[in-house]
Ligand binder design. Structure first.
Ligand SMILES: Cc1cc2nc3c(=O)[nH]c(=O)nc-3n(C[C@H](O)[C@H](O)[C@H](O)COP(=O)(O)OP(=O)(O)OC[C@H]3O[C@@H](n4cnc5c(N)ncnc54)[C@H](O)[C@@H]3O)c2cc1C
Length: 484
């Protein structure tokens, strides 16, 4: 299908989930595709993110469960003291990464995608330069180019990484050793997941958060119940509103703490290790974006809802960007969805993304999940669009399945419009919250009303009845007190 004057129909730079899905989808639709990868096929998610972290969470979660003598004895179970081998847990993650990476590479090869190992850059309109691993540098042409270069851990100034005693998630996923006392800087989802892993394996954690409260990006009601279990109920000490202004690797690691607001020195901590989980930065600086006149916003590439790269709302022809490098809901499934949408648009199908229906999950024990608007944003929408906001809460302690598991600490908060019942958002903490959110995500994608959703029959006894109860409560309020 390639025009005679182009080397490829499509060149994708970066083989993370965004690039992978784009390249596979394009090749399966008959395009001649090349993908350039400078590091590991599968990108962050497969090699340093979702996959190894979930493998560690699965193993450490079982250790936590088996070590919870009180919980087990309430079910009439008495087990021997739990033992685990750190090395084998680490190997489980390493093996899983290698399996998934190999499968993904084979899938691309079978689809006919040409895999080029090297560092890609732009060399002008429809031109991509690549410095291959063997040192060869060449320029290739393509009718369309997708940038999918992802992101890297952000390390704030003053923090020195040695990869052994002070490290980011890139190193932590190797679980090379278990520090007796580890400080985790940042209480976002990556910090929380690693706190879950480390505490299950017997480490003491100090969580340092620069903002006023821990878990600052989560719904406040969810934080109340989740922090009680995930933080206060564990060997975790928290310091909020506190900046780790200086971190020096060594034995011990020295951390200088100052007050976030005044920057006044508070104290020096000495710990065995520090995990820096302070967010991620886009990987765009080596792309030579100026060759096509693209300016970034703090490194993030601006796109429209069709994934076309834009500069001050002007579309750059034949140039697309997907995944973390665009800074939109930086998750693997977002990247993959964006990749497919970019290719569909290249193929002439008009497709746009709906960020509101993309769910997010934190795989702690228990899990946290959300989709759609936060309560703050929903309130703003209700004020500007003149509808009354409905908020209902459904509790796991009223759910038979959760009670049978003796794991009934959990909450779902559902946000909806009281005038027409449209679901606006949901926030869940509790057993299998990451699976439960999908149902609400599908409802938001179709802009469904709680009135219709309340009629849908859910299996009994399942955790999904928590969602059913929320829909039913919400439906009973639709049409009442409406401003319209
Ligand atoms: C610890 C951790 C846990 C996570 N857990 C989850 C989770 O449970 N669920 C979830 O949805 N998300 C999770 N994420 C986020 C997820 O990993 C990212 O959102 C996702 O990987 C983004 O995909 P991407 O394709 O945009 O970029 P990436 O996966 O970062 O891939 C980009 C690729 O581009 C390559 N590259 C960069 N520059 C160049 C260049 N110039 N030339 C050639 N190649 C280049 C990189 O080497 C990389 O392989 C997690 C992240 C971390 C760090």
């Amino acid at each position: 299908m390639s025009e005679a004057n182009f080397d490829f129909d499509l060149i994708v730079i970066g083989a993370g989930y965004g690039g992978f899905d784009a390249a596979k989808h394009a090749a399966q639709h008959g395009l001649k595709v090349a993908i350039i990868e400078s590091r590991d096929m599968g990108g962050t998610c497969v090699n340093r993110g979702c996959v190894p972290s979930k493998a560690l969470l699965a193993a450490s979660g079982k250790v936590r469960e088996l070590a919870n003598v009180k919980h087990l004895s309430s079910l009439g179970i008495h087990s021997a003291p739990v033992r685990f081998e750190r090395q084998k847990i680490a190997e489980h993650a390493i093996n899983l990464v290698s399996n998934i990476r190999n499968n993904l590479t084979k899938t691309l090869e079978r689809s006919g995608v040409e895999i080029i190992r090297g560092i890609g850059r732009l060399e002008g309109q429809q031109k991509v330069g690549v410095r291959e691993k063997n040192g060869v540098d060449r320029v290739l042409s393509a009718e369309n180019v997708i940038i999918a270069t992802g992101s890297d851990p952000f390390v704030p100034p003053g923090i020195e990484i040695d990869g052994r005693t002070v490290f980011t998630s890139d190193h932590a996923i190797n679980l090379e050793w278990l520090p007796r006392w580890i400080a985790i800087i940042g209480s976002g989802y990556i910090g929380l997941e690693f706190a879950d892993i480390y505490t299950a394996l017997g480490c003491e954690v100090t969580m340092i958060e620069a903002l006023d409260r821990v878990m600052p990006t989560f719904d406040v009601d969810i934080v109340k119940i989740a922090s009680r279990n995930l933080i206060e109920g564990r060997d975790i000490d928290t310091k909020a509103g506190v900046l780790a202004s200086k971190v020096l690797p060594g034995c011990p690691v020295k951390i200088e703490l100052s007050e976030m607001k005044t920057k006044n020195f508070i104290e020096e901590l000495e710990v065995d290790a520090v995990l820096v989980a302070t967010g991620r930065v886009p990987a765009s600086k080596d792309l030579n974006l100026q060759a096509v006149g693209v300016e970034t916003n703090r490194g993030y590439i601006s796109i429209d809802k069709r994934m076309r790269v834009t500069v001050q709302d002007q579309i750059i022809p034949n140039l697309w960007a997907v995944g973390d490098v665009t800074g939109k809901l930086m998750l693997a499934h977002t990247a993959a969805a964006q990749g497919t949408i970019a290719v569909d648009n290249i193929l002439g199908k008009d497709r746009q993304i709906d960020y509101r229906s993309i769910p997010a999950a934190t795989f702690t024990h228990p899990e946290i999940s959300s989709v759609g608007l936060s309560e703050h944003d929903a309130k703003e929408a209700s004020a500007s669009e003149l509808f009354e906001l409905g908020v209902v809460r459904s509790y796991f302690k009223a759910n038979s399945k959760a009670l049978a598991e003796l794991e009934s600490d959990g909450l779902m908060k559902l946000l909806f419009r009281k005038d027409n019942g449209e679901v606006l958002g949901a926030h869940i903490y509790g057993l299998h919250a990451a699976d439960l959110i999908q149902e609400v995500s599908n409802a938001i994608a179709r802009r469904l009303s709680v009135v219709d959703l309340a009629h849908e029959v859910h299996t009994h006894p399942t955790l999904s009845e928590v969602v059913e109860v929320a829909y039913k409560q919400a439906a009973s309020q639709v049409g009442t007190n409406s401003k319209r």
